[in-house]
Design a protein around this ligand. Structure first.
Ligand code: HEC
Ligand code: HEC
Length: 243
């Protein structure tokens, strides 16, 4: 091959690559990211911590991702990137994912099964218990009932209000403490302009609630939602409609 021919092929090759590059980027495969990680090796395979079924590892505080809304998952990954949600494990991973990978992996998890909770009929919580806070709130301290935003039985509402049922007591407690500015992320608390480790909630909805909850209330309400469990019965959306 003459050098002229060679360079023509080379140029054609470049032109071809440039043409398919956007397609390759678009085609980020969510399932593959879960199992093999992102293109950047720092974006580790999600399954190693969030489990092969996407239901997380309760005892380690690794949350469930299976069935969470796509927009919520993508938002959390963007928040880890920006630092409005601080966590030493997830921040480097989120920073190593491209925007396309974030939307692909968020969609793949959103397509997995949602948490399936048995509907609690005529609940009769003991005043002051975790169930009471979840279902009635503590209005003396301006704490609304959690189900107001997180849905009946804590199954979540729409894109913005994530499910609490299906997450472990430990993970829920960690989040409430991160919003309060305490707990495992507490040492990061002064890192970003004196804000708590998690300050990514619209209108500081959760920061106000977490700050009003005592540590004992955080524990009991986390245990309530964390133990609602994942039923094996068929999911029946109508059971969880707001009254
Ligand atoms: C080395 C362990 C590890 C790996 C690997 C990992 N995660 Fe995480 N992930 C965590 C931990 C720990 C948390 C909880 C952080 C906290 O407490 O704020 C978390 C939280 C999350 C959340 C927030 C969930 C919620 O309910 O708000 C999302 C979304 C998430 N991870 C997505 C991913 C994706 C996507 C991948 C793969 C690209 C991944 N993670 C890989 C450990 C991991
Ligand atoms: C006024 C609406 C509202 C009420 C009431 C509310 N929440 Fe939330 N909560 C939110 C929003 C919005 C988010 C998601 C914030 C974000 O984008 O990260 C959230 C997220 C959470 C998370 C993090 C879930 C995850 O997957 O990381 C926990 C835990 C939580 N809320 C607990 C509670 C508890 C416990 C109560 C009752 C004491 C409660 N919330 C009441 C709006 C509310």
């Amino acid at each position: 091959m003459t050098s002229l021919l060679r360079s023509t092929f080379y140029l054609k090759g470049i032109a071809y690559l440039t043409a398919i590059m956007p397609m390759l980027v678009q085609a980020a495969d969510g399932e593959s990211i879960m199992i093999r990680g992102g293109a950047n090796p720092q974006a580790m395979p999600c399954i190693s911590c969030h489990a092969p079924d996407g239901k997380g590892m309760p005892s380690a505080g690794f949350p469930r991702l299976s069935g969470l809304p796509q927009a919520y998952i993508a938002k959390q990954l963007q928040d880890f990137r920006s630092g409005s949600r601080q966590n030493p494990v997830m921040q480097p991973i989120a920073m190593s994912l491209t925007d396309e990978e974030i939307s692909a992996v968020a969609k793949a998890y959103a397509d997995r099964p949602k948490v399936n909770v048995n509907h609690v009929k005529n609940p009769n919580p003991t005043p002051g218990s975790g169930a009471w806070i979840a279902l009635r709130g503590d209005w003396g301290k301006n704490i609304p009932e959690c189900t107001l935003c997180h849905g009946p039985d804590g199954v979540g509402i729409g894109d913005a209000f994530p499910p609490l049922a299906g997450q472990s007591p430990l993970y829920l407690e960690n989040q409430l403490k991160a919003w309060k500015g305490e707990g495992i992320n507490g040492k990061n608390k002064k890192a970003l302009a004196n804000l708590p480790a998690r300050h990514n909630d619209p209108n500081q909805l959760m920061q106000h609630i977490a700050a009003s909850l005592s540590d004992a209330q955080i524990k009991s309400v986390s245990e309530y939602f964390g133990n609602l469990g994942d039923s094996t019965e068929l999911f029946d959306e109508s059971q969880h409609r707001l009254r």
